[in-house]
Design a protein around this ligand. Structure first.
Ligand SMILES: [Zn+2]
Length: 94
């Protein structure tokens, strides 16, 4: 798309138009974020801890806590964090 407005950017992993926030210039799209795994390829799920925010992650299959922000999406190293306005946001770091 040539007419890229500054409210969206291409996902750094798949190129899909993704809402853009200047604070998170390397954020991936929701479809890629849903594929986040740990370093051994186990699917992860990320959550806000409660109404006041906070961040936690689990291994989706076992439900075990995953005490890290590091994640991998299709082999790319990423960092998951609590977004400023709520929700979870994943950015590519490599
Ligand atoms: Zn994507």
């Amino acid at each position: 798309m040539l007419n890229t407005m500054d409210t969206s950017h291409p996902c750094p992993l798949c190129g899909a138009a993704t809402p853009f926030a200047p604070r998170y210039p390397r954020a991936v799209c929701p479809q890629c974020a849903a594929q986040a795994c740990d370093s051994q390829g186990r699917p992860l799920a990320f959550y806000n801890e409660g109404m006041g925010g906070g961040f936690y992650a689990i291994l989706r299959e076992s439900g075990q806590p995953y005490p890290s922000h590091e994640s991998f999406i299709r082999g790319r190293r990423c960092y998951a964090e609590e977004a400023r306005l709520g929700g979870i946001l994943i950015q590519v770091v490599d």
